[in-house]
Write a protein that binds this ligand. Structure first.
Ligand code: ADP
Ligand code: MG
Length: 266
C-alpha cells in the first residue's frame, strides 16, 4: 500500500528543442519562477554544459561545487547538488562545462540513458516536497537530452517564431517516439510554446498558424512576445518576473504557468 505521508512525486518536464537560441533556458527559468510564484515548489535541472540557467539564476561559478555532472556520472546525492536561488520556492541543480564530456565518458555505461531518471528518483527527493522539476536541455538530441526525456513525464517545446521553426520539430518528435517505444512509454508532449513572438511580424503569425494547424491543441494559447526585458534579466541574474514584473514578458510567462496549471491532469 502506498504511504499517505509520503509526498507525491513531482511532475518532471523536459524543456527541449535541438535548435539553439529558441528560448529553452529563458522558458525554464521564467516558467519555473512563474510556477514558484503560484506557490509551487520547483527545481530547475541545468542539463546544458553552457550553464546558462545556472548563470541566469545567479549561481556563481565558484558555488557550483557539485553539479549535474556529479549527479549523473558520480552518483552524487541531490543534497550536494541542489542549491537555493534568490527566488522563493525555486531551486537549481547547476551545471558546468564538465558536462560536455558526458557523452564520451558514458559510452561504456549500460545505464547511461537512465542516469538522470535514477538521480531524480533518489529517495531524498522527497525532502524538497517538489511540485515540478524543469529540465533545461542542451541544443542537441544527444545523450543528455535522451536522459531528460527518459527521466521526464512530458516534454515542453519552445518554438521560436521564425522561418524553418517547424522543420526541426519532426526530428525532435522522432526522438520522442523512440524514447516512448523503448524506455519511457508514458512520455507525453506537454505542449509547444511560441517564443519571441512579434505581432508586427507576418512571419510570426505564419509560424503560429502553421503550428496550430499541424499540432492543434498541443500549442499553448499563451505566446511569449519578443521583449527586451526578457533578454536583459539574465545579466541581472534574475528571472524577468523579478527584474520587471509588469513587463510583457513577465505577464506572458505568468499566463503560461497558469495555462499549464489549469490543464486537466493527464
Ligand atoms: P536556448 O536555451 O534555446 O538556447 P535562450 O533561452 O538562451 O535559448 O534564448 C536565446 C536568446 O534569446 C537569449 O539571448 C535570450 O535572452 C533571448 N530571448 C529568449 N526569449 C526572449 C524573448 N521572449 N524576448 C527577447 N529575447 C529573448
Ligand atoms: Mg539554453
Amino acid at each position: 500500500m502506498s504511504d499517505p505521508t509520503r509526498p507525491k512525486a513531482p511532475k518532471i518536464i523536459a524543456v527541449a528543442n535541438q535548435k539553439g537560441g529558441v528560448g529553452k533556458t529563458t522558458t525554464a527559468i521564467n516558467l519555473g519562477a512563474a510556477l514558484a510564484a503560484e506557490g509551487k515548489a520547483v527545481l530547475i535541472v541545468d542539463l546544458d554544459p553552457q550553464g546558462n540557467a545556472s548563470t541566469g539564476l545567479g549561481v556563481e561559478a565558484a558555488d557550483r561545487k557539485k553539479t549535474t555532472y556529479d549527479l549523473l556520472l558520480d552518483d552524487a546525492p541531490l543534497r550536494d547538488v541542489v542549491l537555493a536561488t534568490d527566488v522563493d520556492n525555486l531551486l537549481i541543480a547547476p551545471s558546468t562545462t564538465d558536462l560536455s564530456s558526458a557523452d564520451i565518458e558514458l559510452v561504456a555505461n549500460e545505464r547511461r540513458s537512465h542516469l538522470l531518471h535514477d538521480a531524480l528518483r533518489q529517495p531524498e527527493i522527497d525532502r524538497y516536497s517538489l511540485d515540478y522539476i524543469l529540465i533545461d536541455c542542451p541544443p542537441s538530441l544527444n545523450l543528455l537530452t535522451v536522459n531528460a526525456m527518459i527521466a521526464a513525464d512530458s516534454v515542453l517545446v519552445p518554438l521560436q517564431s521564425e522561418f524553418y521553426a517547424l522543420e526541426g520539430l519532426s526530428q525532435l518528435m522522432l526522438t520522442l517516439r523512440e524514447v516512448r517505444e523503448t524506455a519511457n512509454p508514458k512520455l507525453r508532449i506537454e505542449g509547444v510554446v511560441l517564443t519571441m513572438y512579434d505581432t508586427r511580424n507576418n512571419l510570426s503569425q505564419q509560424v503560429d498558424d502553421d503550428a496550430r494547424e499541424a499540432l492543434g491543441d498541443l500549442v499553448f494559447q499563451t505566446r511569449i512576445p519578443r521583449n527586451v526585458r526578457v533578454s536583459e534579466a539574465p545579466s541581472f541574474a534574475m528571472p524577468v518576473l523579478d527584474y520587471d514584473p509588469s513587463s510583457k514578458g513577465s505577464i506572458a510567462y505568468r499566463d503560461l504557468a497558469k495555462e499549464l496549471l489549469g490543464r486537466p491532469a493527464q
